[in-house]
Design a protein around this ligand. Structure first.
Ligand code: CDP
Length: 568
């Protein structure tokens, strides 16, 4: 069992460890990992004897307790409990009827209650002001229903542990698109929704050519308004510049690699965008901590291979022992068996190897590492397919007839917002946000202070450690202005805002090339960035085949989660 950081322990005690009725802890972190390992290994009994179960339970425990691989939060919180809902990601349909809308709202509340996040595409709803056939009233339109969903989410805490997260998508040809893009409540973005515009290749081409764009009624299919594509584009960019919302999902790009395209196009993703899903599908995630794989000046590829294979088996087992909040979700999820294996600790891996994040060397290594993870995860899923059978819808998938496959998708790069703190490493594929920072609002108002341990370790290794350097770094959250530090040293510790946005995008694209689902990544921009800079990033993201894109300009939200520096 590896050592847990103080922050990890606090979070585990607050939200992950089981408690009795009086709030007393019922388990230690070690017992939590045992609970999860035991529960997930139980799936083995379906295909093999108790020996196999015991063998895999030990392997799962070792990976998790040594912080080499962690599943998404709902698996850690709920495995082996009476409500073992273990997936983080769901997509639900929003039909153009009052009963359809409220049915979905109910299902979403149940998903949130058990720790999952939901994504919706609201484009099937008729526009605001449209006449309603039965009683002569007029329709509220997608934007007002999104507000309703936001409000409802606020009321349902995820098992008292965290607030539910949502993704709300509206397609760029919906008549209410401008209202959606400008959606604010009291001048602020919604509390519990990420908003993204569903964009097509045709729209991006219309923007490039400064052509007209038609808004289409979702029911009749006829154009009800024509305007310049750039008018919508500028509004999207302006919104993103002001608040980071809306982001974009590139629906055509998503469907070009949709393995189940014969079942229909994907219209939505989960809240953070890393999993495009069909209606009612859920996906469970897990992330490998790359910072644990550096051996000298290289990587331990054999250990990485073994870890990928164990992780894929773990995630496939989760589908088996999962308790789904709704029968339709159960059916859709089991039929395609999507899993999302990803990575965290990428920035720390680069630092260990002394490679600056903003370098071609880093981007090339990203492709090599993710190419390896992708290939091995496909191999692992194929082997499981031979052992346990293909997923139910396999014959309608791109793998049929030649490639045995247990899971319709294998890879997603999640933000790892909490599990990277548990693993005490950098989140997902993001650069370090700061070398010293406070994290606010994670635990309802409490502050968590973090100083990057790797920074201290490297200073010592290089014989550079001094209290003065530490103090200066702690004040700024960065070492870029610290005198007496060699340039090379400073370059490997550059933080998110000191890295040119283009490198953020290059990393996203490098990882996306080897990710069958999608990559959740924030392109951080300095406060001084202009709307044109955002437009350029969005356009490049489309050309380079990102499946979605989100930017965040520093200091544009009052309640930012991360603040740089401790003394500042
Ligand atoms: O680190 P952790 O497993 O807690 O989650 P993450 O990697 O930051 O987020 C993965 C996914 O979990 C998100 O895309 C959402 O689908 C879901 N999530 C949620 O439902 N509610 C939250 N408060 C955070 C994440």
């Amino acid at each position: 069992m590896g050592n847990l950081s103080e922050n990890a322990l606090r979070i585990l005690q607050e939200r992950y460890l089981l408690k009795d009725k009086n709030g007393g802890l019922k388990e230690s972190p070690k017992e939590m990992f045992h609970r999860v390992a035991r529960s997930v290994a139980k799936a083995e009994s379906k295909w093999a004897g108790i020996e196999s179960q015991t063998k895999w339970e030990k392997k799962f425990f070792d990976l998790m307790s040594n912080l080499i691989f962690l599943p998404n939060s709902p698996t850690l919180m709920n495995a082996g409990t009476p409500y073992s809902q273990l997936s983080a990601c769901f997509v639900l349909p929003v039909k153009d009827s009052l009963s359809g809308i409220f049915e979905t709202l109910k299902t979403a509340a149940l998903v949130h209650q058990k720790g999952g996040g939901t994504g919706f595409n609201f484009s099937h709803l008729r526009p605001a002001g449209d006449r309603l056939s039965h009683h002569g009233g007029s329709a509220s339109g997608p934007v007002s229903f999104i507000k309703l969903f936001d409000f409802a989410t606020e009321q349902v805490k995820q098992g008292g542990k965290r607030r539910g997260a949502n993704m709300g998508i509206l397609n760029v040809n919906h008549p209410d698109i401008l209202e959606f893009v400008r959606l604010r409540v009291n001048g602020k973005p919604l509390q519990n929704f990420n908003l993204s515009v569903g964009i097509t290749h045709a729209f991006m081409e219309a923007v490039e050519k400064d052509a007209d764009w038609e808004l289409i009624h979702p029911n009749s299919g006829s154009a009800i308004r024509k305007l310049k594509a750039r008018l919508i584009w500028d509004a999207i960019v302006q919104g993103a510049w002001e608040s980071g919302n809306p982001g974009i999902v590139f629906l055509d790009t998503i469907n070009e690699s949709n393995p189940m395209i014969s079942m229909g196009a994907i219209e939505a993703t989960n809240p953070c965008g890393e999993v495009p899903l069909l209606d009612f599908e859920a996906c469970n995630l897990g992330s490998i901590n790359l910072s644990k794989f550096v051996k000298g000046t290289s990587l331990d590829w054999d250990f990485l291979r073994e870890t990928v294979h164990t992780a894929v088996r773990f995630l496939d087992n989760v589908i088996e022992v999962n308790k789904y909040p709704d029968i339709k979700i159960k059916k859709a999820t089991i039929a395609n068996r999507k899993i999302g294996l990803g990575v965290m600790g990428w920035a720390e891996m680069l630092i260990q190897l002394s490679i600056p994040y903003d370098s071609e060397e880093a981007v090339e290594l990203a492709k090599k590492v993710m190419g390896f993870v992708q290939e091995e995860s496909s191999l692992a899923s194929s082997r499981l397919g031979e052992e346990r059978g293909n997923f139910e819808n396999w014959e309608s998938s791109i793998y049929s007839p030649n490639q045995v496959m247990r899971n319709a998708t294998r890879i997603s790069i999640a933000p790892t917002g909490t599990i990277s703190i548990l693993a005490d490493t950098s989140s997902s594929i993001e650069p370090l946000f700061a070398l010293a920072y406070q994290r606010r609002k994670v635990l309802d108002g409490q502050n968590l202070t973090s100083i990057n341990e790797l920074f201290i370790k490297k200073l010592k290794e290089e014989g550079l450690f001094s209290q003065e350097i530490l103090d200066q770094t702690m004040t700024n959250g960065s070492c870029s202005k610290v005198e007496n530090l060699p340039e090379k040293f400073r370059s490997i510790f550059k933080t998110a805002l000191e890295i040119d946005p283009i490198w953020h995008l290059k990393h996203q694209i490098a990882f996306q090339q080897f990710t069958d689902n999608a990559v959740s990544k924030t392109v951080n921009l300095p406060n001084s960035a202009r709307p044109e800079d955002i437009a350029e990033i969005y356009q490049l993201a489309w050309k380079w085949k990102a499946k979605g894109i989100t930017v965040f300009r520093n200091d544009t939200r009052r309640e930012q989660v991360l603040y740089k520096g401790i003394k500042a």
